[in-house]
Design a protein around this ligand. Structure first.
Ligand SMILES: [Ca+2]
Length: 413
């Protein structure tokens, strides 16, 4: 097996460490909450005021698309538990549309009234481990009405400890928004982002519009094996964008797009069944993957089942079967197009692109750099005879009218 073996033990360790820390104080926590790490899930919430259409409970529902706002630009939001609970860090996540609005704040032990920490901007807050029944985040200044999507709390272990007050969630949202082509990700450096927080996913997150994950690690919808028919972690509707997301172990079937969609800086740490799949039914749909990376794919990274065009650029792939495959035996087949540009590939891997040239598929491949493959074992482009049932057969490999690339655009290092 080529999948990275270190992932699952790590998650298990974190859970164990947490269970040990929480010990007797949080006996009411369910196993599911313990696994998730975020102590706010299943806790209560209240606050000083709420803007119309928002609610206190929205900060502890695990969804980045629901939020609380004060009725004004400042106010307090609290997480509370039925019995004393040990907490040592919190993560304040703003909605992607209101990123950077939170100014100065105080984090208060509402049981005693003592201030645990003060700071500026949303993000991860670490403080000395405290046992309390109510934790209050008081926003004392804001550039305009803040929107707090999540107020996560952790006993320790699962919360990130590096750069706690520098608000990692507010910065990445501002730059890469408008045009993915002039993106800040330019040449894939292959350097993987570190997570600003973690989120256990128990059912598929539907995305319409834009979801900016602020580099939170989403994980655990599946056990992390290769079973077929696992649910995706994210399902994107036509026109949706998913960005700045880390997908951890237990990725299920990764990301599904039901039409045109854009994935910006999405990082799969341990691909499950597939990293992402373009479904849909319109021949004009385009799925664009810009930036990000994937590793540990024992089979495919990107799967193209619907019609249309699949664009993969500025991407890093390590330890994989196929980077892209036009479905070889879908019951409904189409002539599909794939564009691959500026990709950093690190062996081991089997092939970059697989297309059905008999069905009219076309590939365009440019700017590929391959590491650790001096014997050139990784195939750049394979042609198959695609079918609607049974198994497709491989009919060719290398540059051709269907496999559009030149060997000079492949660099070995
Ligand atoms: Ca929420």
């Amino acid at each position: 097996m080529r999948r990275a073996p270190a992932r699952r033990p790590l998650a298990a360790l974190a859970t164990l460490a947490m269970a040990a820390t929480i010990g007797v104080t949080a006996m009411s926590m369910s196993a599911a909450q313990a696994a998730a790490g975020n102590l706010s899930l299943g806790a209560g919430a209240d606050g000083s005021s709420k803007a119309s259409g928002t609610s206190y409970g929205n900060v502890k529902d695990g969804s980045l698309s629901t939020y609380w706002s004060p009725s004004g630009s400042t106010g307090t939001i609290s997480i509370k538990w039925g019995s004393a609970t040990t907490v040592s860090s919190a993560s304040i996540v703003e909605t992607s549309g209101a990123s950077g609005r939170i100014g100065s704040w105080k984090l208060i032990n509402a049981d005693s009234g003592s201030v645990l920490k003060t700071g500026n901007g949303a993000g991860v807050i670490s403080f000395s481990s405290t046992s309390l029944k109510k934790l209050t985040f008081e926003i004392t200044s804001a550039s305009s009405t803040p929107q707090v999507a999540e107020f996560e709390t952790y006993a320790g272990g699962t919360a990130p400890t590096s750069s706690p007050t520098s608000s990692p969630t507010s910065s990445p949202t501002s730059s890469p928004t408008s045009s993915p082509t002039s993106s800040p990700t330019a040449p894939p450096s292959g350097s993987w982002p570190s997570a600003t927080g973690t989120k256990k996913v128990s059912s598929t997150i539907n995305v319409s519009g834009t979801l900016d994950g602020g580099y939170v690690r989403y994980y655990g919808i599946s056990s992390g094996d290769q079973n077929e028919s696992q649910p995706p972690i994210f399902q994107l509707s036509d026109g949706a964008t998913l960005k700045n997301v880390i997908i951890g172990t237990g990725a299920g079937d990764g990301v599904h797009c039901t039409g045109t969609c854009t994935l910006v800086n999405v990082w799969w740490e341990d691909v499950g069944e597939d990293a992402a799949t373009l479904k849909g039914s319109s021949s004009s749909q385009v799925m664009t993957v810009n930036g990000g990376g994937a590793k540990g794919a024992s089979d495919k990274v990107f799967q193209h089942n619907g019609p249309g065009k699949f664009v993969i650029k500025n991407f890093t792939v390590t330890d994989f079967g196929k980077l892209y495959r036009s479905c070889g035996n879908c019951s409904k087949q189409y002539a599909r197009t794939v564009v691959v540009d500026n990709i950093k590939v690190t062996a081991p891997g089997k092939s970059l692109v697989g297309i059905n040239s008999n069905l009219g598929d076309k590939a365009t491949i440019t700017n590929v750099t391959i590491y650790n493959d001096s014997s050139k074992k990784i195939s750049i482009c394979d042609e198959y005879k695609g079918v609607t049932s049974g198994e497709p057969s491989k009919i060719g490999s290398g540059p051709s009218s269907a496999c559009g690339y030149s060997t000079s655009s492949i660099t070995y290092k």
